[in-house]
Design a protein around this ligand. Sequence first.
Ligand SMILES: [Zn+2]
Length: 703
Amino acid sequence: MKKTLFVMFLGLMAIAGCSREEKNDNPFLNKYDTPFEMPPFEQIRAAHFMPAFLKGFEEQRKEIQDIINNPDNPTFNNTIKPMEYSGQLLTKVGDVFSPLNSANTNDTLQKINKELSPLYSRHNDDINLNDSLFQRVKYVNEHKDVFNLTAEEKKVLDDTYKSFVRSGAALNTEDKAKLRKINEEMSLLSVQFGENLLAETNGYKLVIDKKEDLAGLPEGVISQAAAMAKSLEMEGKWVFTLQVPSMTPFLQYSSRRDLREKLFTGYFMKGDNDNERDNKSIIAKIARLRIERSHLLGYKSYAAFVLEKNMAKNPEKVTEFLGKVWAAAIPVAKEEVISMQEMIYKEGGKFKLMPWDWWYYTEKIKKEKYDLDDEMTRPYFQIDNVMEGMFYVANRLYSLEFNEREDLPKYHPDVKTFEVTRDNKHVGVLMIDNYPRPSKRGGAWCGAYRGQSCDINGKMITPIVTMVTNSTPPTAGEPSLLTSEEASTLFHEFGHALHQLLSNSTYPGVSGTSVPRDFVELPSQIMEHWVLEPEVLKVYAKHFKTGEVIPAELVDKLDKAGKFNMGFVTVEYLAAALLDMEYHTLTEPAELDIREFEKKAMEKYSLIPEIKPRYRSTYFNHIWSSGYASGYYSYIWCEILDADAFQAFKETGDIFNKEVAAKFEEEILSKGGTRDPLAMYIAFRGKEPGIEALLLNRGLKQP
Ligand SMILES: [Zn+2]
């Protein structure tokens, strides 16, 4: 059972009397009559979703009630297993709805999504706080030794039990009421934080009305700013905003230091202007409520509560890791400061480098040092070739074959569909959807229209995986030509796809990518290591017109430029990750003075004055309103894993070493969430990951 779909619906609506056996014109209520039982996209209409969801809620509610009503003593087989397999219709329709709503949405789907969201969350609460159900789960957990469970079943039981306890199911009535109140208050504060931040971001504009104030800016940046002004009815002027795509180019290219300072100050003071949109008191309240909530649930701090279910396990481990990378990155950042300061003096400047100067001098030094820009490499990264390259890597590592199939159902003409096989046996289906369009949200991601698992009788259900990107589209005269970063993104998402395709678990709740946030990027980020390997490049990075393989000197430039400015990039990221940990390792509720708290936290780590944390407290959306509290470290944590794991290949002298690949598949990709992540990693590598490889990759340490 998917945890997100673990829901129950009270306001039932019966669907005009038809049983599942009869043929219904709602495709979700029939067995899919398509190759590999793919969703019949051409037949699915928006009007089919809500009735199927409602029926799905009803079915699961009944299934859960049957479990509770069972007069026998609770066992794994009469409680946990039927819970895992409950809500199948809900999973079936949700598996189609959410990926479609991201990749090919419209007003109707968005409206349905809004209606669904409170229904789902109410049911989460109703099930997670259902005492009769919890008592059965608790009983099974207390008697687990008598049930002869497999390792996977033990993990499913443990996950289920903990998820109840962590939601407050074990509390007495009075504390449950307190918890509900805290939850409500916190969710309101989070929404308020987000609204303030949006208003602060949109409320600031740098308006330029004299041409000389545009000094240094490239034509493209100027015309974007003119278009922005026009859209704001300020025709003839130029407007820069605090949105990254508008602000960053200004900081990179404007030679007007006073204006860079003005714009960047607008940015780093967001939410900290002592006005009606100020976020400081909101943050202080959220931080305090999180501590109270953790105490109620029996944890010392909010970080202790969150990290228990992550690979890192506890806050000490996270701060220790971050501290080690910090110690390596700070000296590199200081050297970067020195070389920028030298350039300032060389140009006759008489000032000290400040945070608003960083992007500008980085850009200058990069040009001087590497003479590289994206347009030089694009012709070698034609999208079909890049996909050939990633299929080639998967074939060398895991013997997978990818055969394009034109005959399978698709939800949009841009989608390319591949049947994935190994030794002529069907493994799954991979759908790839690469180009931007208005119905698709930004970014890149990987999901599944059906996850791998076994059905209740143990029969294998093969996955239908989807990867979605917003890559440079083809034009009338040219095919899609990618930047090297876009090529990496394809390999990255393909890594998530392999994690889904090679999953081999029994229970749906622990299959595929159902792993903690600080582990899930290992399978994806490791794939990025193959993109620029010469052995791989010579297979796919061919000039789209001449077929010539990308020249070695260009590859060398790409490699070196990739390590450039990593002191700054690492330090500004880590400063935010450490700030996150400082807030969430507090153990006593206190009235925080946010400015003072942040200042002290950064002094504790001796952050240099030339760098601001990537996010200051008052605009750190990740931790106050989007689920990353005590989790912002995950990105670099996973980099420690992928860098170390790729070393396992490198050390053999063969980046396609079959034995290492087999072990990676056996211990990590096929295991999904059936084991503890650290145990999986050690089973693969023979030891815990070290940070050496990460430091070398980022150029923070010399080989
Ligand atoms: Zn990812």
